[in-house]
Ligand binder design. Structure first.
Ligand code: ADP
Length: 444
């Protein structure tokens, strides 16, 4: 534009010169007007061209954020082009920041153990992370579906109604005690704790957090059962000791024979309580991680021979034979004392629950990167329905018989805890043709 103005001024002065050198003034004025019109048209065309180019670049930028304007002209068009480019750069940076933030948010949401579900104001799923999708038993996020169609439980309906009626708070204003929650048992048996609060932002009316508390509730039940089992196990011997001591005080001491009987009863039941307490202490020590795993590997054959020596007096007294079938030189990751206790417990059971003169086998062999140790007997065995449960605390197939034999019902629970503490597994199956076979698998 500046160029064109200068040109017009130059032409004007040239025409003035022409008049001076003798052209007709009217003709000169006509020529001048014609030239000015021509130049004006050219100027206007140039402006249109630049504007069109900028418009095209702006459109291209909208399509492709990497596109930039290159304006050769000087003056305001150059400035406009630069401003357009700066705006596009800034837009680029903002977009990539937003994209990064969205990706981070997505990663956190998808990586969460808790389920997160966002509902629209009419109760449809607008957001559902991976955990929530799995908890709902769906393969992919059930977007657009009504949550109450997926979980048909009146308690959830109430929760949503309570959440919707609650005042809208900012995240930093929400206190745990304000958030309504409900625990639901799903069709799958899973126990889910749902909490909900109103949001009214980004198309989400209610935000739900879902926690799977199945394992927690199971643990609570196990603990409750455990306490009641311990009380139950101790109640009988305590009552007997109490009654026998009372009988002694009430005149039993006067008769030496009666006194001896009562004293022996007290001793027997005191021993029983002491065994229960010592087994319970063993279990809690194992749970507290008291056994360190030996870094150098435990010699399996050595441990088997040691356990056989310890059990020999018991089996000899009952006319039972113990035979070993070992592969020499095997080592496992574990703890020697823990492995001794495992083997002795299994051998004691094999002796205790089989008749006089029965046969017990103990052995070990390599199985890839693991070693299998086994203790088998030819006694009555364990019926299939009891085999998994006998590893539970205080579970016995025949409680009376176990008590008569001095059992606490904790021996196999200790075995399983010890084996698992060493990173292994223990199983029980039937021995052929009869009897029980316990197998312990440990890493080499
Ligand atoms: P207990 O102190 O009663 O022996 P355990 O936990 O060691 O407790 O064993 C649990 C139950 O498993 C026993 O009461 C018994 O019924 C059964 N059991 C264990 N080992 C054998 C075996 N070798 N043969 C038959 N029954 C067994």
């Amino acid at each position: 534009m500046f160029l064109l103005t200068s040109l017009a001024m130059a032409i004007g002065s040239t025409l003035a010169g022409a008049v001076a050198v003798g052209f007709e003034p009217a003709l000169a004025a006509l020529i001048g007007a014609g030239l000015a019109l021509l130049l004006g048209t050219i100027g206007a065309r140039l402006v249109t061209l630049q504007t069109e180019r900028l418009t095209t670049v702006a459109q291209a930028m909208a399509e492709n954020p990497g596109k930039r304007a290159s304006i050769a002209a000087a003056g305001e068009f150059q400035e406009l082009g630069d401003a357009l480019n700066r705006m596009a750069d800034k837009l680029d940076r903002t977009t990539s920041e937003l994209r990064g933030e969205r990706d981070r948010f997505g990663v956190v949401l998808e990586g969460m153990v808790e389920g997160v579900i966002g509902l629209t104001s009419d109760g449809r799923v607008a957001l559902c992370n991976r955990s929530a999708t799995a908890m709902l038993g769906e393969v992919k996020p059930p977007l657009q579906k009504r949550l109450l169609d997926l979980v048909r439980q009146p308690a959830l309906k109430d929760l949503l109604a309570r959440a919707q009626a609650a005042p809208r708070l900012r995240a930093d204003e929400v206190r745990d005690s304000d958030v309504p929650y409900v625990e639901l048992t799903m069709a799958s048996g899973a126990k889910l704790l749902w909490s909900a609060w109103p949001l009214d932002r980004a198309g989400i009316g209610v935000l739900l957090a879902v926690r799977d508390v199945t394992a927690l509730r199971r643990l609570e039940t196990v603990r409750r059962d455990f306490i009641s089992n311990v009380s139950h196990e101790l109640r009988t011997p305590v009552a007997i000791v109490y009654a026998s001591a009372e009988a002694l005080c009430d005149g039993g001491l006067e008769d030496p024979t009666v006194a001896r009987d009562f004293a022996q009863t007290i001793l027997r039941h005191a021993e029983r309580m002491s065994r229960i307490i010592s087994d319970l202490l063993d279990l809690s020590r194992i749970e507290a991680g008291a056994y360190d795993l030996s870094p150098s590997g435990v010699q399996v054959t050595e441990r088997i021979r040691h356990a056989m020596r310890l059990i020999e007096p018991t089996t000899t007294a009952r006319g039972q034979t113990v035979t070993a079938d070992v592969q020499d030189g095997l080592t496992v990751r574990g703890n020697p004392q823990a492995l001794d206790q495992v083997l002795v417990n299994l051998l004691e059971n094999a002796s205790k629950y089989t008749p006089q003169g029965s046969q017990i086998q103990v052995g070990c062999k390599r199985l890839g990167d693991r070693v299998e140790l086994w203790v088998a007997d030819n006694g009555p065995g364990i019926a299939a329905q009891h085999r998994e449960r006998i590893f539970e605390r205080f579970y016995r197939v025949d409680a009376g018989r176990s008590r008569d034999l001095g059992g606490t019902g904790l021996g196999l629970a200790i075995v399983r805890h010890l084996v698992e503490a060493m990173g292994g597994t223990v199983t029980c199956d039937a021995n052929e043709p009869t009897g029980a076979r316990f197998r312990v698998f440990l890493q080499t």
